[in-house]
Write a protein that binds this ligand. Structure first.
Ligand code: PRX
Length: 692
């Protein structure tokens, strides 16, 4: 129809110019799209018509306003929340340029608010107390529960009162080591309600990793559960917590209280190891506390949480997010990137142990009064159709996941998907790593029946919320591109010397100005914050990612350019894996690189030299892998141990990872110049051992 044509034409007004739409006719005629990378995929007219942002012009207007008048733009949005006191008079201030002194971002300074109040009480006061806040789906199909906003608030208040009772005060740290139970969200919101700083540790981390985090942030309380079932396996989390606390006691950081939720479907309390005086059953104490709890009003810049993440060197870093800016930013990004409406049912498959779970399971959705599905289990249990079974069961409209899951389900075949209706789905989302165009297409065509736009959201633990993301009704998408910046975000691509490059180009992705959701520091180490993120390209925040921009202005993320690898969307520092390997008594030296992996995106490939007199064996290989599992967690276990009599080093002793990466990925004809090596023969030895 001519209406449809106008719609497509308006869509064709891309930010950097129109008239470059190669498949316009195919789209108008409803033909399947051809398979070139630069195809444009248009949102349907029906979708755009109802969308919060429905055209490139509308996006451009809002974006320009957010850049020209950040204070006006963000304060208008912030006014939709409840503030006990308003910021006054400045909305924000920043110094992003390390050459001009200490790097500092502040938003809504001087205002006081509470994020838990804004997520719960505010929505209840608006008449949504009876709306379902959480649909909880257990590991076993048929095992489910739900909480309305009013019920969730009561549970949060009871725990908040208990925490206050045991002496947790504003500013105190609480470590949470829980799987995807409702109690995980309740714990986060209870901490926030009383101004305590939560630090959620992904329940796949080992005892040593948990101990390291406990020692760093010294919590008064650790909240956990006795065990969890994931797929067919039961994992005894309490045992892991016990060893972590024992370890931290040895380092002079005692933990006086371990609040343990009895997860009955996984383990009975009689079977749980217990330390009297320190361990307390959640069910024995929390329900006895009042269901109302006064809010602790905190400054917008008071810390909300700490989340440890991997860097290219050293120990995991405690990324610190504060309250006001994070609240405004996660809520706004959620609303626009998923085109959220009050009737939506939203499911994000991420775990609250990672930033995605913080911003887009808990805070962003609940601040919008959304109904959220929380899933305890594994996406392929009892079979590969589980996700779509859940989608149909709850009539999920917004489904947000990681490319690694898309690829693994894609491998299982379409039948697992097509046997379910999936008619409720409206918007799909992707996060954690670049999504390759073929996985994008499968997600779009098979899962979404060529009907649902995909929000490929690029962001990081540090950024708090989406930075480059489609707004699903606003413009045509290109499979594999995260498209354009979110409101208020100014991404730039710089060359090696830190010069901004314009137009169609590739380089390092940096951000030019502060945004409300940005992290404020690394806990206890502002110097490392500046050195890691603000010194590599002075004047900018450096993301660690490579990026290119095409002729239409679309951004394409190409992966990390530092020694961080991304395995199944899990961020892992090569240095951490190396340090776990060399802790093995037989390991002399280790070098770890990431190699491309069909399902996981990247996998861990380790070159290992053993100490003199020890020879390589299957037993040693297994025990090296065990060392990594014990020190970090199973998700960081190397897929390959490559025996290395020696590692390729420069004359000054630096390991040449570039060469190792080529050997690991079998690109032997691209080794490049090896003449600068102290001993070029090392390379031949390594190649000869490739298949051992
Ligand atoms: O390399 C980018 C990749 O994940 C990194 C951030 O990891 P983390 O802090 O664990 O946060 C993951 C969830 C936000 C980034 O530096 N990444 C994340 N999302 C995308 C992505 N790469 C490409 N496209 C994405 N959509």
């Amino acid at each position: 129809s001519s209406d449809h044509l106008r719609h497509v034409e308006s869509m064709a007004q891309l930010p950097s110019g129109a008239g470059k739409i190669s498949h316009l006719n195919a789209v108008i005629l409803g033909e399947t799209l051809a398979s070139e990378e630069n195809d444009l995929v248009f949102p349907s007219q029906d979708f755009s018509r109802q969308a919060l942002v429905s055209s490139p012009e509308q996006y451009r207007k809002m974006y320009e306003r957010s850049i020209q008048d950040p204070a006006g733009f963000w304060s208008e949005i912030a006014s939709q929340f409840y503030w006990k006191e308003k910021w006054d008079p400045e909305v924000y201030n920043e110094n992003i340029d390390v050459r001009k002194g200490t790097v500092k971002f502040e938003w809504f300074k001087g205002a006081s608010t509470n994020i838990s109040y804004n997520a719960l009480d505010r929505n209840i006061e608006a008449g949504n107390g009876g709306k379902v806040a959480i649909y909880w789906e257990g590991n076993e199909p048929g095992d489910d529960e739900q909480l309305t906003y009013a019920e969730l608030l009561e549970k949060v208040c009871q725990l908040a009162n208990y925490l206050k009772h045991v002496g947790v005060r504003k500013g105190a740290a609480v470590v949470i080591y829980l799987p995807m139970l409702m109690e995980l969200l309740i714990s986060m919101l209870a901490c926030a309600r009383i101004g305590a700083v939560h630090s959620v540790v992904f329940a796949g981390f080992s005892a040593e990793s948990l101990a390291q985090r406990i020692i760093d942030c010294k919590p008064k309380v650790v909240i956990t559960c006795n065990a969890v079932r994931r797929g067919p396996k039961a994992i005894h989390l309490k045992d892991i917590v016990d060893s972590a606390i024992n370890e931290s006691v040895k380092s002079g950081v005692p933990v006086g209280l371990c609040l343990t939720f009895e997860n009955q479907s996984a383990m009975k309390r009689e079977d749980t190891k217990w330390q009297e005086g320190r361990d307390v059953w959640w069910q024995d104490v929390v329900p006895q506390f009042p269901t109302k709890c006064a809010v602790e009003w905190v400054d917008a810049e008071d810390p909300l949480f700490l989340l440890y993440t991997s860097g290219s060197t050293g120990k995991p870093k405690g990324v610190l997010h504060t309250t006001g800016g994070y609240m405004v930013y996660t809520a706004t990004t959620f609303k626009y990137a998923f085109d959220h409406k009050p009737s939506d049912i939203y499911w994000c498959t991420a775990d609250c142990g990672w930033i995605t779970g913080h911003s887009y399971v808990t805070y962003g959705p609940l601040l919008n009064g959304a109904t959220v599905v929380v899933f305890e289990g594994a996406p392929n249990y009892p079979n590969s159709g589980r996700c779509w079974d859940i989608v149909d069961k709850y009539k999920v409209t917004l489904f947000y996941t990681a490319p690694t899951l898309v690829r693994s389900l894609m491998r299982e075949g379409d039948e697992y998907v097509t046997r379910y209706h999936r008619k409720s789905l409206r918007v799909l989302g992707s996060v954690g790593e670049p999504i390759n165009p073929s996985a994008w297409r499968w997600f779009y065509n098979v899962v979404g029946d060529s009907r649902c736009p995909i929000s490929d959201t690029w962001w990081q633990t540090e950024t708090g919320g989406f930075m480059i993301t489609p707004l699903p009704g606003a413009w045509p998408q290109k499979p594999g591109s995260a498209t354009f910046p979110f409101f208020g975000v100014q991404p730039v691509i710089v060359d090696e010397k830190g010069n901004e490059i314009e137009g169609e180009c590739s380089g390092y992705l940096c951000i030019k100005k502060s945004w409300p959701g940005a992290f404020r520091t690394l806990y206890g180490d502002h110097e490392r914050y500046q050195t890691t993120y603000f010194k590599p390209f002075a004047g900018y925040y450096f993301t660690g990612d490579g990026c290119s921009r095409d002729k239409d202005g679309y951004f394409w993320l190409t992966g990390r350019v530092d020694d961080v690898i991304n395995v199944s969307g899990h961020r892992i520092g090569t240095a951490e894996v190396e340090s776990a390997l060399v802790s093995h008594p037989h390991c002399a030296e280790a070098a770890v690189v990431g190699v491309e992996h069909e399902i996981k995106g990247q996998s861990i490939y380790a070159f290992v030299s053993l100490v003199e007199g020890v020879s390589y064996s299957e037993g040693i290989r297994k025990s090296l892998i065990l060392a990594v599992r014990n020190q970090i967690g199973a998700f960081a276990a190397p897929d390959k141990i490559h025996w290395a009599p020696a590692l390729p080093k420069t004359r000054s002793g630096k390991i040449m990872r570039r060469i190792l990466r080529k050997i690991a990925s079998g690109q032997l004809d691209e080794l490049g110049d090896t003449s600068t090596l102290a001993d070029p023969n090392v390379v031949d030895q390594l190649i000869a051992l490739s298949d051992c």
